[in-house]
Ligand binder design. Structure first.
Ligand code: IMP
Ligand code: MG
Length: 180
């Protein structure tokens, strides 16, 4: 796997430090809330980030997960989003923090945020480890963002290419010869 990486963008230490900062910020922002926070992870990409982040949030939270796929293949999406696994819990009147790996075009998250609002969530905040602002076609507000990244294809720490590289402990740029 390591030989397929062009260069490392964020090391294990960089990620750990930033994730802890975000967890502390969320703890601070929600400390006066009397209700439980529903942390909604978007599988599979956010799985690694999710499990690290929740351990740095020092408040009662409930786990929930969704699987969504935007139609289309490779690196392009068509704009339509399909829910492959829905939430387990009723989110009406609940406070949600949506946890995602990366916001690229914004198509997936634009759809999901609207979906959570339509289902009656009391508040919805978005936490994404990575943000590729140059690729945005759908406007999405990121409340907690780990790092802004340029338009390069990244893998590791949950991010995949064809289901591979998710378990790399760092985030790196994939060599273009792997996907071209
Ligand atoms: P969006 O709907 O275009 O914002 O797509 C977001 C999804 O595309 C993410 O949840 C990832 O699964 C995937 N994605 C976007 N950029 C990358 C990347 O650089 N590496 C791996 N997956 C990516
Ligand atoms: Mg994803």
């Amino acid at each position: 796997m390591h030989d397929d990486i062009e260069r490392i963008v964020f090391t294990e230490t960089d990620i750990k430090q930033r994730v802890n900062e975000i967890g502390k910020q969320i703890t601070e922002d929600y400390k006066n809330l009397r209700e439980e926070i529903f942390c909604v992870g978007i599988l599979k990409g956010a799985a690694v980030f999710y499990t690290d982040l929740v351990r740095s949030i020092d408040l009662p939270i409930r786990f929930d997960f969704m699987i969504a796929s935007s139609y289309g293949s490779g690196t392009k999406t068509s704009g339509a989003v399909k829910i492959l696994k829905d939430l387990d819990y009723d989110i009406e009147e609940k406070h949600l923090i949506v946890i995602e790996d990366i916001i690229d075009s914004g198509t997936t998250m634009g759809y999901l945020l609207d979906y959570f609002t339509r289902r009656g969530a009391k508040s919805v905040k978005l936490c994404s480890l990575l943000n590729k602002p140059s690729r945005r076609t759908v406007e999405v507000k990121i409340d907690y963002c780990g790092f802004d990244v340029p338009d390069e294809f990244l893998v590791g720490y949950g991010l995949d290419y064809a289901e591979k590289y998710r378990n790399l402990p760092y985030i790196g740029v994939l060599k273009s010869e792997i996907y071209s």
